[in-house]
Design a protein around this ligand. Structure first.
Ligand SMILES: N[C@@H](CCC(=O)N[C@@H](CS)C(=O)NCC(=O)O)C(=O)O
Length: 221
């Protein structure tokens, strides 16, 4: 079957978009990327994105939304899978991906919190969940060992956010989770992960974070 025409509707800093891009790149699937302005999306965006969020994958004329649904679709049309074959292991990978989603939501809380209590709560939850992951990790360099898997795809953009924040602000997420930090670094070093963002990503990310009224702003290095 010929490969369908794939277009990923994106926002340059979106970690969820990165998941889809990494999966496309890892599988060498030809695709186009269209960046939109989330503050002023084009009219057609509302027709393809019922939740009004990116990523959306346009497959020929059809639309698929939600990052992990998109990743799973890409996985299914690719010759090899980024999931383990065993159904229980596969379910467990997906379960840990769900934990990663919960951390990502907390990172948004932390980045834009304007009250100390909210900031502290978000930071505490992120660190607690990284501690849980520290206990869970049994392999290296990636979650399941040598093989880069969908669970690594799903966590890599989260790790990019956490490490990006720590590089510019006095916030250390990984003090008690050295194995997770090593996993994070291995993911960020992986070719498809490196290629999944724009060239000036870090500069744009730091500009995006730079909001004077946030708690984070008071922690600038
Ligand atoms: N659960 C969604 C989350 C996607 C998401 O939150 N995307 C953000 C950009 S990073 C977005 O489009 N926000 C626009 C809005 O909320 O108005 C997924 O996994 O795809």
């Amino acid at each position: 079957m010929p490969q369908p025409k794939l277009k990923l509707v994106s926002f340059s800093l979106c970690p969820y978009v990165q998941r889809a891009r990494i999966t496309l790149l890892e599988n060498n699937l030809e695709h186009e990327v269209e960046f939109i302005d989330l503050d002023m999306p084009p009219d057609w965006f509302f027709d393809v994105s019922p939740l009004e969020k990116v990523p959306v994958l346009l497959v020929d004329e059809e639309a698929v939304f939600e990052s992990m649904v998109i990743c799973d679709y890409i996985d299914e049309i690719s010759p090899s899978s980024l999931y383990p074959d065993d159904p229980l292991l596969k379910a467990q990978h997906r379960a840990w991906i769900a934990l990663g989603d919960s951390v990502l939501s907390m990172v948004y809380e932390l980045m834009f919190a304007t009250e100390q209590s909210r900031f502290k709560q978000a930071k505490g939850t992120i660190i607690d969940r990284l501690d849980v992951l520290e206990e869970e990790l049994k392999a290296d360099p990636f979650y399941a060992g040598q093989q880069f898997a969908m669970v690594d795809v799903a966590y890599a953009p989260l790790f990019r956010y956490l490490i990006g924040i720590s590089s510019a602000y006095e916030v250390d997420f990984f003090a008690d989770s050295p194995k997770v930090l090593a996993w994070a670094k291995a993911c960020l070093d992986y070719p498809a992960v490196k290629k999944s963002v724009i060239d000036n990503y870090q500069t744009e990310f730091l500009a995006y974070l730079d909001r004077p009224d946030t708690v984070l702003a008071t922690l600038k290095k």
